[in-house]
Design a protein around this ligand. Structure first.
Ligand code: GUN
Length: 228
């Protein structure tokens, strides 16, 4: 399946073993890749570079009073019918009335930066696999957990394109390419977001309590996804 809509259930979620295996430094090939693509460490974990920001502008759908693109409906979370109220910390954020139409990034996980910690964005994000293999964990506003492997073995159900809906928490982590953890392991993807990325739209999961409120007893199993 090109997107994750038809994925039911989940792939088991196990913390990768790069630290216990003493694999701390990416291989020379991966270091070269980081350099060639001019990637920097991302605060989510992993490495990234913004490779395109549209020079065209659009109305910011998240600006107060603007249409969020859902036929004049206020943004609603999951199955809840309650309109979303901003978190007090989010209410401090500067929100501009216009946005770049789109942005594009490279995002890379490596053995020394093997996970992207749980965060969400107002907008849906299109992900396209470029190289390597990894796993995604999504936590929906109603507490549903989805987990799937991204990789080129499509016959085994791995996906090469996936779209994470807006307001859904996501975390990602590296999977070994050849069974055992190696300094050569990597997951290189492209991400496209419309409207273009701004920190205003982005939020890390704040605490274990927030995770617990969403997923209940499964918070214990997922808590390592809070720390990059
Ligand atoms: N700057 C910091 N994080 C990001 C991101 O995830 N995407 C883009 N486009 N820019 C960023």
């Amino acid at each position: 399946s090109p997107t994750i809509d038809s994925i039911d259930g989940e792939v088991a979620i196990r913390k990768p073993e790069y630290v216990p295996c003493g694999i701390k430094e990416p291989s020379q090939g991966i270091r070269k890749l980081i350099k060639s693509l001019d990637l920097a460490k991302h605060q989510e974990g992993g490495y990234f570079k913004e490779t395109d920001r549209s020079p065209f502008y659009m109305e910011n759908p998240y600006y107060p009073g603007h249409n969020r693109g859902t036929e004049d409906e206020p943004l609603r979370l999951g199955k809840s019918t309650e309109p979303v109220l901003p978190h007090p910390e989010d209410a401090q954020k500067k929100i501009t009335p216009h946005r770049n139409t789109s942005t594009l990034i490279h995002y890379l996980l490596t053995c020394d930066a093997y996970m992207g910690r749980l965060h969400k964005n107002h907008s849906r994000i299109i992900h396209i696999l470029q190289r390597g293999r990894g796993q995604y964990v999504l936590v929906y506003p109603d507490g549903t957990i989805k987990s799937f492997v991204v990789g080129f073995d499509v016959e085994k159900g791995e996906v090469t394109q996936w779209v994470v809906p807006g307001e859904v928490y996501k975390a990602s982590f590296l999977l070994p390419l050849n069974g055992e953890p190696s300094a050569d392991d990597h997951l290189l993807i492209s991400e496209v977001v419309v409207p273009g990325f701004e920190f205003d739209d982005h939020r890390f999961m704040r605490s274990y309590e927030e995770l617990k409120a969403l997923v209940g007893d499964r918070a214990e199993e997922l808590k390592w996804l809070l720390e990059a």
